[in-house]
Design a protein around this ligand. Structure first.
Ligand code: 1GP
Length: 255
């Protein structure tokens, strides 16, 4: 992975299917951009979002967070610093393991077999650059262990999440992430609603190597501070960036 997470406390989640604020100066001070969403995402709108952001903030790392391999192409891979691939612990089998096996099978396939595959962009990439690109692409990918805690969210719906987990279970999953699955990121996801500090407090007890992200409903400095003080390494702010850019500024911690 090419991202240094140590100094990162504020992450902006940019949904490529939504309109960007007219003034991208509001992003000044955010530490990292994640580009991804649950509905209406395409390779084309992903690239447009990445490029628009890069133009305004060339020094801020940008990661693509695809929810399907059809959003990934040579252009998106080249345009970003890294690809963040979610594995949803409390999702269905496809979203914890199935999609990743498909993606890596595609990446690892021999060039002649990838021609005409269901993921032609990745196949083309391998065919044109040779097998070295497999390690190149794999080096840019990192896994995020997710627990999705808002059943009403599109994220829960798409990932087949049927039940939320107690803080004890979240803590256990954090421990498993650190010691067993070894994803570099553990992500407590309340997408669209504010979940409060309980899960973060529970999870943070077990995480030393793993970066703890919390996302969901942060729309004020107070909520941002509450989650960071509870032990999150970084907060992720999405809706507020698109819906109310001026208020979004308040979620960025002052240095
Ligand atoms: C969504 O965790 C992010 O994936 C951010 O959530 O959109 O509710 O800010 P919000």
């Amino acid at each position: 992975m090419t991202i240094d997470w140590d100094p990162i406390t504020h992450v902006t989640k940019v949904d490529p299917a939504k309109e960007l604020p007219s003034d991208l100066e509001v992003l000044e001070g955010t530490d990292l951009i994640l580009v991804g969403g649950s509905d209406g995402v395409t390779e084309t709108n992903t690239l447009e979002a990445i490029r628009a952001i890069d133009e305004h903030l060339p020094s801020v790392p940008v990661c693509q967070e695809p929810n399907g391999s059809s959003h990934v192409s040579r252009e998106t891979i080249d345009a970003v610093d890294a690809l963040a691939v979610p594995a949803v612990y409390n999702g269905d089998r496809d979203h914890f393991v199935g999609k990743h096996v498909d993606l890596f099978t595609e990446i690892g396939r021999k060039p002649e077999k990838t021609v005409g595959s269901s993921v032609p962009v990745v196949g083309d990439l391998i065919a044109s650059k040779g097998v070295d690109v497999v390690s190149e692409l794999a080096a840019k990918l990192f896994g995020e262990g997710y627990v999705v805690q808002n059943l009403e969210s599109a994220a829960a719906d798409r990932a087949g999440v049927e039940s939320t987990w107690t803080p004890d279970q979240v803590a256990g999953t954090a421990l498993a992430t650190e010691t067993f699955y070894r994803f570099p990121i553990f992500y407590v996801e309340y997408s669209g609603t504010y979940g409060g500090p309980a899960d973060v407090e529970a999870a943070s007890r077990y995480l030393e190597e793993t970066t703890l992200l919390y996302g969901g409903g942060i729309d004020s400095a107070k909520k941002a501070t509450e989650i960071l003080e509870a032990g999150a390494d970084a907060i992720v702010v999405g809706d507020c960036f698109h819906d109310d850019p001026e208020t979004f500024r308040e979620t960025i911690p002052s240095r």
